[in-house]
Design a protein around this ligand. Structure first.
Ligand code: UFG
Length: 328
């Protein structure tokens, strides 16, 4: 099959592009490299440096098909940043996605797989989130992803576009063979930041908030290995021939931020320096999924079920790449 992958130079997009290639598909990556890295483009993928706001170039690429599907990862994706620049987040994520959806309809692309998020939910309770849990985004970032889910729904109803929405919980880890890893500039995610603090490459970690309604007062998240996420994309693409689908994508296990710091110390064998800091705006207290639907309908099984194993793959990549992708 021939797939177009937007944002394929980013963390999740590059791992999925690699998995597609390993499954024998042809992959063409579109990325404006604003947050992605040229060095993260997997061997064997074609690459166009293009911004999805550039509809002329986007439509030229879409017209140069036929494409069997589009996988759409390109987005601004930081909860905290979206609270500071809400309209920028809403505009950027909406416009780029609408350009892509409209182009897919125009050029008869039959499948659209969308990188959605657990940030659609704003959970305060202990109940795991199912696909039918109430949508209540806690940030403009989450809202932008929800609006794109709705746009896809209309693209199906009016034009018959088959789509899959995968609502990732917290993507983490790195390719087990060390070919790809996580490198955001600036880095804002807990695991890579804590690893670098443990390695003495950064100042002590700041832990945001100790007064959440959770057993230890810190936020709880559901971490899913990025290669398990990638397999879920392959399974979902196959499923789209029978209709559109929406799945929550996590392991169903919740870890508090303090649990994560402890696991970082176990994996690295080092003491992790850290301090309390105020809450980060936009952070929901608990985001843990009930993964029953994706497990039963697709047979998806995460290979990484221990948080230490997830962190270990991230640790190995960071040890081998002290500057991330820079200089590669
Ligand atoms: N955290 C800290 N200190 C830091 C960084 C993070 O305490 O320096 C905390 C956060 O406040 C949060 C937890 O660690 O409580 C996890 O934060 P991340 O930034 O690693 O991840 P998020 O949960 O904010 O967001 C990630 C993705 C989003 C996605 C969301 C869904 O970045 O795109 O998971 O759960 F929507």
């Amino acid at each position: 099959m021939r797939y177009l992958v937007t944002g394929g130079a980013g963390f999740v997009g590059s791992h999925v592009a690699l998995a597609l290639i390993e499954h024998g598909h042809h992959v063409t990556i579109l990325d404006n490299l604003s947050t992605g890295h040229r060095a993260a483009i997997p061997t064997g993928a074609q690459f166009h440096e293009v911004d999805l706001l550039d509809t002329n170039r986007l439509n030229t690429i879409l017209a140069n098909g036929p494409w069997d599907g589009v996988l759409h990862f390109a987005a601004l994706s930081l909860v905290g940043a979206s609270m500071a620049t809400p309209y920028h987040y809403l505009r950027q994520n909406m416009l780029t996605s609408l350009n892509l959806i409209e182009g897919c309809v125009r050029y008869n692309v039959p499948r659209f797989l969308f990188s959605s998020t657990a940030a659609l939910f704003n959970n305060q309770g202990n109940t795991p989130l199912s696909e039918d849990s109430p949508i209540n985004p806690g940030s403009p970032y989450g809202e932008s992803k929800f609006l794109i889910e709705r746009a896809l729904n209309w693209a199906e109803r009016i034009h018959g576009l088959r789509y899959g929405c995968l609502r990732y919980f917290n993507a983490a880890g790195a390719d087990a063979k060390g070919r790809l890893g996580e490198d955001h500039q600036p880095e804002t995610h807990l695991i890579p930041l804590a690893l670098d603090s443990a390695l003495g490459r950064r100042p002590p970690l700041k832990l945001f908030g100790n007064d959440y309604p959770t057993p230890d007062g810190t936020c709880i998240r559901d971490y899913v290995h990025v290669s398990d996420l990638a397999e879920a994309h392959i399974l979902t693409l196959n499923r789209l021939d029978t209709g559109s689908v929406t799945y929550n994508l996590g392991t169903g296990q919740g870890f508090s931020n303090l649990n994560i710091l402890k696991a970082i110390e176990t994996v690295t064998g080092r003491e992790l320096p850290w301090d309390w800091a105020p809450r980060r705006e936009g952070d929901p207290a608990i985001l843990v999924t009930d993964p029953t639907r994706i497990r039963t309908e697709l047979g998806w099984q995460p290979r990484y079920t221990k948080i230490e194993d997830i962190i270990e793959t991230a640790f190995r990549w960071r040890l081998a790449h002290p500057n991330g992708y820079r200089g590669l």
